[in-house]
Design a protein around this ligand. Structure first.
Ligand code: DQA
Length: 142
């Protein structure tokens, strides 16, 4: 099966940005750990730009990607355009966050992306990505 691991704004700064919240691992390290742990075809994409993320989601439709693990970063909280991109392509998506967004500032406690996803995993640091992918695999096997 083919999966897309998609990351939104500022996640290219993992390892540099607020390590007390987001940990010390870089996005490259997280991606290579996932590649080694899962025996599936994984594609990785990160962008700081909303339109580039939408373009990548639409490409995923034409590539017949089986599932998506998506950390939309701050777009989680206000991007209706990313929500609509997910409902357009109809590919199962798990929303993931390194931090526990429900326990943080009030603006982080709302996700406009979650209603377009099969579920959300947050608060497990870099392990949120592997847990998201496992949840997706289980969903697709059922
Ligand atoms: C985040 C949480 C968001 O609120 C924040 O804007 C991020 C990272 C997380 O992974 O915990 O950029 O998505």
């Amino acid at each position: 099966m083919k999966f897309l691991i998609l990351n939104g704004p500022n996640l290219n700064f993992l390892g540099i940005r607020e390590p007390a919240i987001y940990g010390h691992a870089s996005l490259k390290q997280i991606e290579s750990d996932l590649d080694q742990s899962f025996d599936h075809e994984l594609s990785f994409f990160q962008s700081n730009h909303e339109g580039a993320l939408i373009d990548r989601l639409q490409e995923a439709y034409y590539e017949k990607i089986d599932g998506i693990v998506f950390n939309p970063g701050a777009f989680t909280h206000y991007s209706y355009a990313l929500h609509d991109a997910l409902t357009s392509i109809q590919i199962p998506c798990v929303e993931v966050h390194l931090s526990a967004i429900q326990q943080r500032e009030s603006f982080r406690q709302t996700s406009v992306i979650a209603p377009a996803c099969i579920g959300q995993i947050s608060g497990f640091g870099k392990d949120s990505y592997a847990l998201g992918l496992e949840a997706l695999l289980k969903h697709l096997e059922e």
